[in-house]
Design a protein around this ligand. Structure first.
Ligand SMILES: [Zn+2]
Length: 118
């Protein structure tokens, strides 16, 4: 699973659609479409409850700089899953040695995490 650095989140409770802003390991900014509610809840869990703020708002500054690994859905259109890179490795995910944090076929298919990009 490719590694990325979170930079923010845009979403609206009404539309059901959100966008995760992240930088890939080469520093390219990406906007990944995602399920708003589900993603907001995972981001809140990943930040220890610092993401969801008062009155149905979110605090994107809580995300800035978090290192994550993520997968796209089967069709490659929206976010399929995401977790803190650190947690994935602690939870026993094997580290792929073939890519430099960019993600490759092997680590996507086998659920391995990309190596830490230096
Ligand atoms: Zn790989």
């Amino acid at each position: 699973m490719p590694m990325a650095t979170l930079r923010g989140f845009r979403g609206s409770w009404g539309s059901g659609l959100g966008f995760l802003l992240l930088d890939d390991v080469d520093g390219n900014r990406k906007e990944v479409p995602c399920d708003n509610g589900h993603t907001v809840r995972s981001l809140d869990a990943m930040t220890g409850g610092r993401f969801i703020a008062e009155g149905h708002t979110v605090d994107s500054s809580a995300l800035d700089g978090l290192e994550v690994v993520y997968v796209m859905d089967d069709m490659g259109l929206t976010l399929g899953g995401m977790g803190l890179r650190e947690d994935a490795e602690e939870n026993g995910a094997e580290v792929c040695e073939k890519c430099d944090g960019r993600g490759c076929d092997e680590c996507s298919q086998l659920g391995m995490v990309a190596p830490k990009h230096e």
